[in-house]
Design a protein around this ligand. Structure first.
Ligand SMILES: Cc1cc2nc3c(=O)[nH]c(=O)nc-3n(C[C@H](O)[C@H](O)[C@H](O)COP(=O)(O)OP(=O)(O)OC[C@H]3O[C@@H](n4cnc5c(N)ncnc54)[C@H](O)[C@@H]3O)c2cc1C
Length: 258
């Protein structure tokens, strides 16, 4: 139902006469940025806002993200639109070849959070081509760990793992913040505590009953929590560093970590 609706909305956005969309191949193939039209927003959880952007012809691998111009003016150049404002990275939650879905956590104040709250259908969105190396590779089994923002990244990755064994923990503020992810994952709730340097998420990962041989771990979200989980896997469980793929997304006091 959702993707059918999106496809219809995308078709009408692309069919619009004198469309303001800019899909010039130069933009997203050459300069790395393109412009799409926001066709819909909704709340997947009370704090996680999905933004659907009409954008055909992108190459995307689950786990990759885009960089979005969330504030500041655009600059025209040779028929293209270059970003000059503030950039923030958002994982692609889904892409069906015509509509790109992003999910932005409303954590409070920041250019990215403000942009997503204010976004309305009809807005133009300037963003990079999908990029990033946090993608699913062959492994004996997978471990996923992170919080609300990491859950956005993991959703599409988990849809590609097929029958592989999956372990992991996702920590969110409360039950209402859960996304429908793989059944192999455990959920933990912070109940109002900060997600920064989350000892409870790190100790939940330490408590997992994992096979004796290392698998492949994906750990994302708040930087200090990511670091603690990587240290545990490498130091306490003896996993090779190359089998622990990490990506810090945010941390208190820092802005735009990518
Ligand atoms: C590769 C990558 C993928 C990402 N994917 C997503 C995604 O799919 N969805 C998503 O929502 N974010 C994602 N992020 C984080 C995103 O890029 C922004 O950092 C985030 O939206 C905050 O931007 P901001 O401008 O609102 O706040 P900023 O100005 O960047 O941060 C201001 C302050 O807000 C606080 N803060 C920021 N983020 C959070 C948070 N999540 N929880 C609590 N406090 C916070 C911190 O104290 C920070 O110092 C991703 C980051 C990277 C690097």
């Amino acid at each position: 139902m959702t993707s059918q609706l999106s496809r219809q909305e995308a078709r009408s956005a692309h069919a619009r006469p004198h469309s303001r969309l800019n899909h010039g191949r130069l933009n997203h193939r050459g300069l790395g940025f393109t412009t799409g039209e926001l066709i819909r927003t909704d709340l997947l959880t009370p704090r996680l806002r999905r933004l659907c952007v009409a954008l055909p012809d992108l190459a995307w691998t689950p786990g990759q993200h885009v960089r979005v111009v969330v504030s500041g003016p655009a600059r025209s150049w040779a028929g293209g639109v270059l970003p000059r404002g503030t950039l923030r990275s958002y994982s692609v939650f889904d892409y069906d070849g015509s509509v790109l879905q992003l999910c932005v956590l409303d954590h409070g104040d920041g250019p990215g959070a403000r942009w997503a709250r204010a976004a309305r259908p009809g807005d133009l969105v300037r963003l990079s081509a999908p990029q990033g190396r946090l993608v699913v590779r062959p492994a004996p089994y997978y471990l996923f760990a992170g919080e609300e923002t990491a859950a956005v990244t993991f959703g599409p990755m988990l849809r590609t793992v097929g029958t592989a064994r999956v372990y992991g923990v996702i920590e969110v503020d409360g039950r209402a913040d859960r996304l429908p992810l793989h059944a192999g994952l455990a959920w933990r709730y912070r109940d109002g505590r900060s997600a920064a340097a989350s000892a409870s998420l790190a100790s939940a990962v330490a408590g997992l009953d994992l096979p004796s041989q290392p698998g492949l771990a994906y750990v994302a979200g708040e930087a200090r929590t990511v670091q603690a989980i990587r240290s545990h896997l490498v130091r306490d469980r003896g996993w090779p560093r190359r089998q622990v793929l990490t990506k810090p997304y945010w941390t208190p006091g820092r802005t735009g970590m990518d």
